[in-house]
Write a protein that binds this ligand. Structure first.
Ligand code: GLN
Length: 492
């Protein structure tokens, strides 16, 4: 019996066996969105007609023998990625009426692979946030408990995948926006190496940190999507000209010793990741997951990441600095909302930006403008760049002793909507374990590894050296073959 709620790999097998058509799978996704999303608010735009047309085309391609592994799979894109002909709002009033004139590189790649775009997902405004409460289109709710945040900023994509509305969705991760919501919603989220996927068509927040990536229920599904998304794009000068690894092949490789499939793997454990400030239930679940990695044959080694404590302050200098520059284009002339009434040109800029941006975006623009201003640039921005290099050096030294680094994705599980809304610094601290990978440019994945006593998902984070996505996904896959945390579904 065909299951339209299957994983990407499961659905791909059903499609290949003609047990289900893409039109049927897409209709099932659209029906589920219609039935459930009014309470989750994970979608900003649903494109039913476009999705069914793309699904029909995928079925036709399959009939002609021209379908690849992702052909006909319904997916969603975070609303920060440009999608030709569809709104791309970035969760902002500023872009509430903006229709993208072209596809982001990763969107185009996934389209060419035959995926079916069902809609665009809600997000914190301009990807600034850790709870998805900063969207112009209202907060997203966590499918495990509607009183909780789903994490952010890619909370819509995470909630949509966790609620089984779509089997996979894209996200972007500047300081944790894929991994933290993946952990809060009990799914798998991969932030690739900076430069592995092109940023072309990703509306820029902090260009030196922004990384397109993917949400799915399993590492295997993330591998399938990453294979389609990764690769050099001449339109993004930071996208790397380097062959894309065979991710699915790395996962499928049989273990030499099936009882100990992770034999030979060295897992680095930084004391900084399991110390003070980590919720006791999160620490317990992560320690149990590390014990499971050992049971699967891995050895663990202590490593040091002494600058972890500096990462949040460094990030909150660099990211707002870049944001203040990137967001200057939203002036009501070149891009974005324009005030209906104004006295003169300066007043038009002022009113358009005052009306178009929400409070968190304004806060970041103010901070960014300040740290870049003459007289403060050296003390803040330059210093932050120097510490950023030291963080990357720490990871390089740690990876001389281990193959992956493990720890929690976030210090706590999902918190109630509103609980941190008035305390930006508390909110920023949710990203303490995710920001380091962005500063260093390295890949990291969050995988489900347990629940709190009151049923909130917990994520295990694995970091790898630059371009070690295949290794990370293979370790995550072995863990998922031995555990069933990723199979737990919220009751909806
Ligand atoms: N929560 C972080 C911030 O608000 C990270 C956001 C992101 O990764 N896009 O900046």
């Amino acid at each position: 019996m065909a299951d339209p709620l299957a994983t990407v790999a499961g659905l791909a097998a059903q499609l290949a066996a003609r047990a289900i058509s893409s039109v049927e799978a897409t209709r099932a996704a659209l029906d589920r969105i219609a039935a459930l999303d009014h309470s989750l608010n994970s979608f900003v735009t649903v494109d039913g007609d476009g999705a069914l047309a793309a699904a029909g085309a995928a079925d036709d391609a399959r009939a002609k023998g021209e379908a690849g592994p992702l052909a006909g799979i319904p997916i969603a894109h975070k609303d920060v990625l440009m999608t030709a002909g569809l709104p791309t709002t970035c969760g902002s009033r500023m872009l509430a009426n903006f229709v993208a004139p072209y596809d982001a590189h990763v969107v185009g790649r996934l389209k060419r692979a035959g995926t079916v775009l069902v809609g665009k997902t809600n997000m914190d405004e301009f990807a600034m946030g850790s709870s998805n409460e900063n969207s112009h289109f209202g907060p997203v709710r966590n499918p495990w408990n509607p009183a909780l945040v789903p994490g952010g900023s890619s909370g819509g994509s995470a909630a949509a995948v966790a609620a089984r509305l779509v089997p996979a969705a894209t996200g972007t991760d500047t300081g944790g926006s894929i991994r933290q919501p993946a952990s809060y919603t009990g799914i798998t989220g991969l932030k690739p190496t900076y430069g592995r996927c092109s940023r072309y068509g990703l509306v820029a927040f902090a260009s030196s940190l922004d990384t397109p990536g993917v949400f799915a229920r399993t590492a295997e599904d993330c591998a399938l999507l990453l294979a389609a998304m990764a690769g050099r794009d001449a339109r993004d000068s930071t996208s790397m000209d380097r062959p894309v690894d065979d991710y699915a092949g790395a996962l499928a490789k049989p273990a030499d010793d099936p009882a100990r499939p992770l034999a030979g793997l060295r897992v680095g454990l930084p004391a900084e990741f399991l110390g003070e400030g980590v919720d006791a239930e999160v620490a317990r679940a992560v320690e149990a997951a590390i014990a499971e990695l050992r049971r699967l044959g891995a050895t663990t080694v202590p490593v040091a990441l002494p600058r972890i404590g500096l990462c949040v302050p460094v990030y909150y200098v660099i990211a707002p600095a870049e944001a203040s520059s990137n967001l200057s284009r939203f002036d009501g002339v070149r891009y974005g909302h324009r005030a209906a009434e104004y006295r003169d040109l300066a007043d038009m800029y002022r009113r358009s930006r005052a009306e178009g941006f929400g409070p968190e975006v304004k806060r970041r623009i103010l901070v960014g403008t300040y740290v870049l201003s003459h007289g403060y640039y050296d003390a803040y921005y330059l210093k932050a760049q120097q510490v950023r290099r030291l963080v990357a050096d720490d990871f390089r030294a740690a990876f001389a002793q281990c193959d992956v680094i493990a720890g929690p994705t976030a210090p706590t599980a999902a918190f109630p909507i509103g609980a941190q809304a008035d305390d930006p610094v508390q909110m920023y601290l949710n990203d303490i374990f995710t920001i380091p990978a962005n500063l260093a440019g390295i890949p990291a994945v969050s995988i489900p590894c347990g629940f709190t006593g009151d049923g909130r998902p917990i994520g295990l984070q694995l970091h790898g050296p630059a371009f070690a996505e295949a290794r990370l996904l293979a370790v995550a896959h072995r863990f998922q073959q031995a555990t069933d945390w990723h199979e737990r579904a919220p009751a909806l």
